[in-house]
Design a protein around this ligand. Structure first.
Ligand code: DX5
Ligand code: ZN
Length: 217
């Protein structure tokens, strides 16, 4: 069954805990927490204290943290302490990928690696053995509500084939422009089994119904 990780970037920040509770109660599998540093991407979002607060409000939720930051390595320990269950960072960041993966694992946290639309799928192949999530971006990271770039579908297919060949089973996740009626089924067909959706969930008139629509895919 396809998993859903609603991205809180599109939630109402004045009632973040309640919004997260609502999607979890409706059947979401985890919470996608988008961290932006204004450098790796041209936007700022939220960081450690906000995750810490959400972790307290939702002690049982799984926090899927997506670091869109240039230097993830120096923040690993603090994100684990703040409540991350999985930390996904970018292949395009400035830190050593192997060292960053090792640090995340050393703190007992799951690891994800993400690729932007212009980065080939093959860039994550050397790290696949260590990954719980491979996150394929369907948009340039930095903002919610952008249109899906179908190049993500090709990459999902390549990743699905490589995982099959090596008998590996990380989540193949896709983030950006994922909509239940249109792009999500295409992503699932291409091999995705973890959908990240921000505006399609939190900007829906009926948030619980939007979650259920994804979960029915
Ligand atoms: C974008 C973020 C996404 C974002 C997706 O840089 O990584 O998680 O919230 O938003 P939608 O689903 O609206 O494209
Ligand atoms: Zn994200």
């Amino acid at each position: 069954m396809v998993k859903l990780s609603p991205s809180v970037l599109s939630a109402d920040f004045a009632r973040l805990g309640a919004d997260c509770r609502e999607v979890m109660d409706a059947g979401a599998d985890m919470i996608h927490f988008d961290v932006m540093d204004g450098h790796f991407v041209d936007n700022l979002s939220f960081g450690l204290p906000v995750l810490e607060g959400l972790r307290k409000a939702l002690p049982d939720a799984y926090f899927d943290v997506h670091l869109m930051i240039t230097h993830p390595l120096q923040y690993v320990k603090r994100f684990v302490e703040a409540g991350a269950d999985c930390i996904t960072f970018h292949v395009e960041c400035a830190d050593d990928l192997g060292a960053t993966i090792a640090a995340i694992k050393a703190y007992g946290c799951k690891v994800g690696l993400s690729i932007k639309p212009d980065t080939p799928a093959e860039c994550v192949f050397p790290y696949l053995d260590d990954l719980s999530i491979v996150l394929v971006m369907g948009v340039q990271p930095g903002h919610g509500g952008q249109a899906f770039n179908p190049v993500a579908l090709k990459k999902l297919r390549k990743l699905r084939a490589e995982c099959k060949r090596r008998n590996l089973n990380p989540y193949l996740s896709v983030d950006g422009g994922v909509k239940a009626a249109t792009t999500a089924p295409q992503c699932v067909e291409a091999g995705a089994n973890l959908l990240v959706a921000g505006s399609a969930v939190f900007c829906a008139k009926d948030v619980a119904a939007a979650v259920k629509e994804f979960k029915a895919l």
